[in-house]
Unconditional design. Sequence first.
Length: 192
Amino acid sequence: MYPMRSKTLLWFTFFSVFCSYSLIAQEDTTRSKISYFICLQTGGAFGKNGHGGSLTNALIQGVRYKRFAFGVGVGYDVHTDWKLVPFFASVNVDLLRHGAGAAYIQMNGGYSKAWAPTLSDSPLFFIQERNPYLNPLVGYRLAAGKLNVYLSAGYKFQHLTYGWTSGWSQSVTTRIERTIERIVVQLGVGFR
């Protein structure tokens, strides 16, 4: 009877090791370390330079690889006198991860299209040059499954150069430069 137990124990050990090895060997190696993300952020922009508080929105989509995220985005900023639509590239780096959350820094940079609703009703032709856009942020991202919630704060810089021309000559009769600087606080939601 003793040899039978030994043989059973040996087979049980062999079977256990074989199953464990098979399960480890069949781990999903097809999953890529690169993941896609999309994020919609909205919030307020505050500051003296640019006529007080305003609304800011951004939609960013891109790819995440380990602690880095690279994306492209479009925004919509509503100011008292101006409406701006920035088009930008975004780079995000996780500085500190804790459980399901991560503290990060983010840099958005590109160009913005601006228009003044009061000027578009004018019989003058509106001419706009390329307007740089810069938006560094610090924030915290909390993940729950594939859903992410973002809380961020930073600085937004937009420089506008525009002018008017009258008639057919297309010569600029008025040229104005304006800088809009704001502190931004945003709340966002996204999927990965």
